[in-house]
Design a protein around this ligand. Structure first.
Ligand code: 5GP
Ligand code: MG
Length: 172
């Protein structure tokens, strides 16, 4: 196991997640919405976020290939599991754990927006906006993050640490 440094605690996450839910409710109220969880990293964030939503969204899940065991992006993404809900005539909110280079989300949002959606927007718990390699905006960002590799609250390093209730930096 590697040494972990606390970055964001459970209370701060809880408060921010409630705030995000209010922003999302205000934006989509009365509109047909599908919230799409990007597995596996966003599972805990997604579960906490959607339980605070009042707008009655449909929920679905998608899976892209991850980094594998390492900590740097190859820039390549694979589509491993697709949504099972029709997205046609609906707003889509993709919920991810962390946006780094932005390549995975650029790929995913492009695919989803070709399915007759009303809109496709992105919510991410963490936004490493300074590391962006493509033009991609997180519409509903949780926290900005400078650099470093983080784990916990759904995010892993070699499939470990996903269960932690807070976000930690790991020094491999
Ligand atoms: P991007 O395509 O934006 O470079 O990569 C985004 C994906 O890489 C995230 O959804 C996440 O799965 C993974 N990732 C990026 N930075 C981190 C990090 O600091 N920690 C963990 N655990 N995963 C990360
Ligand atoms: Mg991810």
């Amino acid at each position: 196991m590697s040494p972990l440094t606390p970055v964001i605690g459970p209370e701060a996450i809880e408060a921010r997640v409630r705030g995000l839910a209010r922003e999302i409710d205000a934006h989509y109220r009365g509109e047909p919405l599908v919230c799409v969880c990007v597995l596996k990293g966003a599972f805990m964030f997604f579960a906490d976020l959607v339980r605070h939503l009042q707008c009655g969204p449909e929920l679905d899940f998608i899976r892209l290939a991850s980094y594998g065991g390492g900590t740097s992006s190859t820039g390549k993404v694979r589509f491993m599991h697709d949504v099972e809900t029709s997205l046609e005539g609906k707003h889509v909110l993709v919920v991810d754990d962390i946006v780094d280079s932005g390549r995975s989300m650029e790929y995913l949002l492009n695919i989803l927006s070709r399915r007759g959606t009303l809109s496709v927007k992105l919510c991410a718990l963490l936004d490493k906006f300074e590391r962006r390699e493509v033009e991609l905006k997180v519409d509903f960002p949780g926290f900005p993050l400078k650099e470093g590799f983080v784990v916990g609250y759904g995010m892993d390093y070699g499939e470990h640490y996903r269960e932690l209730p807070g976000v930690f930096e790991v020094k491999p």
